[in-house]
Write a protein that binds this ligand. Structure first.
Ligand code: NAP
Ligand code: MG
Length: 403
């Protein structure tokens, strides 16, 4: 059989530890036998990031800008312990942070749902995708402890040196705390466009929620920017796609989400997204079933698994012990990227193959064949736990049986 051709390269970002091991297995077992894999390879493993003084991360992000689609393996974000473990020249920054800053993108996290693994919220039948605005607010705050007797004010000096002041609080009778946070219209607008584009891409409704009734300027600005951009640039396209955008208060959104069936995108401010994405991920089951895609406002896509490098399993693997690590989210990162590449280049066979691969993965788990993390969650009666490599081989068997 002829292998599927790829006219444009896909940017491939390799990574660390157990996910690096899985990365190679996925390519060898599920991809290269069927596709003439055309990738521009960047090794984002910590060893090579250190050798290149992290230049490789910047290069990979720029290549993604050039070609439009990337697939990324999980990578180590160094901490003090990694400094000694890898003898690092510097505590290199999180690659995801670097790539996100260059692409100015928004991260969408979505669970992969399968029969036999019931979400902790049983009404959830379809995935809920969380879009987190990953800029500003409390993550770039300035805060102080304030002694009793102090007066706190918000002071803004404009470009011409003129000051505007607003009182925050007179501390009278107790010490206290204050905090200054910011965001920019530009970043909020990028976030909004990424969300609208992604909703059109996956043909799902978009919800956005904030607390504009209490925060009449700050949160209200988010609401207004979303509304303006929607009205001016997206309303027609949403109508044509049969999808909806709506804004509601964050408390109302939480209540609606819990009662819902799923199947929509929930755009959140930075803090809400941080908290709610952990809630949604936990309720849907395993981290091994959570995908993540970074979408830029220009429509550049970077696909990855939401989990990390699964360090504990890697050290078992190094000792020669058997592992049962879930490769589903990493496989879906590849299939998502290949599908997108196929769509952009009009290579039907590539997109079809990617979809078939996803069906084979889901069917494998629904047939009762799964890794340890899912084995403890599945309510199937005939379930069987397999090791990391056998799981991929079982997928391959089904992939070859599918029409
Ligand atoms: P992690 O790699 O996500 O793993 C945490 C635990 O979750 C694992 O020990 C395992 O639990 C379970 N788990 C996660 N993914 C799994 C999978 N595919 N299959 C089976 N079980 C899975 O998080 P971490 O241990 O906090 O971080 C490890 C490294 O990853 C760190 O260096 C961190 O910087 C990096 N990281 C990278 C990214 C990224 O590149 N996007 C994201 C997060 C973390 P059990 O051990 O109980 O089996
Ligand atoms: Mg969090």
């Amino acid at each position: 059989m002829d292998k599927i051709k790829m006219p444009t390269p896909l940017v491939e970002m390799d990574g660390d530890e157990m996910t690096r091991v899985i990365w190679k297995m996925i390519k060898d077992i599920l991809l290269t036998p069927y596709i003439d894999l055309n990738t521009e390879y960047y090794d984002l493993g910590l060893v090579h990031r250190n050798e290149t003084e992290d230049q490789v991360t910047v290069d990979s992000a720029n290549a993604t800008k050039k070609y439009g689609v990337a697939v990324k393996c999980a990578t180590i974000t160094p901490n003090a312990q990694r400094m000694t473990e890898y003898d690092l020249k510097e505590m290199w920054k999180s690659p995801n942070g670097t790539i996100r800053a260059i692409l100015d993108g928004t991260v969408f996290r979505a669970p992969i749902t399968v029969k036999g693994i019931t979400p902790l919220i049983p009404t959830w039948k379809k995935p809920i995708t969380i879009a987190r605005h990953a800029y500003g607010d409390v993550y770039k705050n300035t805060e102080m402890r304030v002694p009793d007797g102090s007066k706190a004010e918000l002071v803004v000096t404009d470009g011409k040196g003129r000051e505007t002041r607003e009182p925050i609080y007179d501390f009278n009778g107790s010490d206290g705390i204050i905090q200054g946070v910011h965001n920019t219209d530009k970043s909020i607008a990028s976030f909004a466009r990424s969300c609208f584009n992604f909703a059109l891409d996956v043909k799902q409704d978009l919800w956005f929620a904030a607390k504009d009734t209490i925060s009449k300027k700050y949160d209200h600005r988010f609401k207004d920017i979303f509304r303006e951009i929607y009205d001016n640039e997206y309303e027609e396209k949403f109508k044509a796609s049969g999808i909806e955008y709506f804004y509601t208060l964050i408390d109302d959104a939480v209540a609606r989400v819990v009662r819902s069936e799923g199947g929509y995108i929930w755009a959140c401010k930075n803090y809400d997204g941080d908290v709610m994405s952990d809630m949604v991920a936990t309720a849907f089951g395993s981290l091994g079933m959570m995908t993540s895609v970074l979408v830029s406002p220009q429509g550049i896509y970077e696909y990855e698994a939401a989990h990390g490098t699964v360090t504990r399993h890697y050290y078992k693997h190094l000792k020669g012990e058997e592992t049962s690590t879930n490769s589903v989210a990493t496989i879906f990162a590849w299939s998502g990227a290949l599908k997108k590449r196929g769509q952009l280049d009009n290579v039907r066979e590539l997109s079809d193959f990617a979809e078939k691969l996803e069906r084979a993965v889901v069917q494998t788990i629904e047939d009762g064949v799964m890794t340890g993390d899912l084995y403890v969650l599945s309510d199937l009666e005939n379930k069987k736990k397999v090791n990391t490599e056998d799981f991929l081989k079982e997928i391959k068997v089904r992939l070859e049986q599918l029409p």
